[in-house]
Design a protein around this ligand. Sequence first.
Ligand SMILES: Cc1cc2nc3c(=O)[nH]c(=O)nc-3n(C[C@H](O)[C@H](O)[C@H](O)COP(=O)(O)O)c2cc1C
Length: 196
Amino acid sequence: MKELTDLTELKDLTELNVLALSGSLRRNSYNTALLHAARKLTPVGLAIELDHELGGLPLYNQDLDGDTPPESVTALRRRVADADALLIATPEHNASVPAALKSAVDWISTAPQQPLRGKPVAVVGASPGQFGTVRAQLALRQILASVGADAVSKPDVTVFHCDTRFSDDGVLTDTYTIDLLRGLLDALLIKARAAQ
Ligand SMILES: Cc1cc2nc3c(=O)[nH]c(=O)nc-3n(C[C@H](O)[C@H](O)[C@H](O)COP(=O)(O)O)c2cc1C
């Protein structure tokens, strides 16, 4: 297979669509703000669409997971299947992935068509603490590996002390984080092209 590393060449091809999921349901979430920042930084060749529906999903319940699952679940599975890649921002709750995000991944993982298998995924996370969601991201990577998703490994975007890196109205202002996000999106583009 041809090695896909020439970004200039890759950016000339048809645009790939990335579904961005925030693991936070909070209105002024730093993690959702990080996804908004990523959308503004998107390289030519990628288009990022933010998903705002995770809060409408029921908690995963195998009793509801039959031939006719809840409509919100079917819709999410479809959006994931249609996306060329995912970008997931995870907060850290008690050193792990927040329940809403874990439950959403569980719902997607049991879809008969297995939309996460082989799906290119980039992971980011922001926390006001000093570890910047390292532990939540590790947990999420383990979950993604178990469902066969293809996670981008570098660069790590673990936004520690995130309360110092956004303006009061939620705009990412920290140039170091902006550069990391750019690098991650380029890596996601390369992985998503290779998966085509
Ligand atoms: C239940 C709960 C547990 C938390 N546990 C952690 C934690 O383990 N590590 C951490 O860095 N922050 C922790 N936090 C603080 C979150 O990082 C902080 O609320 C952050 O702003 C959440 O992300 P968001 O702004 O995208 O909603 C916790 C917050 C809550 C509500």
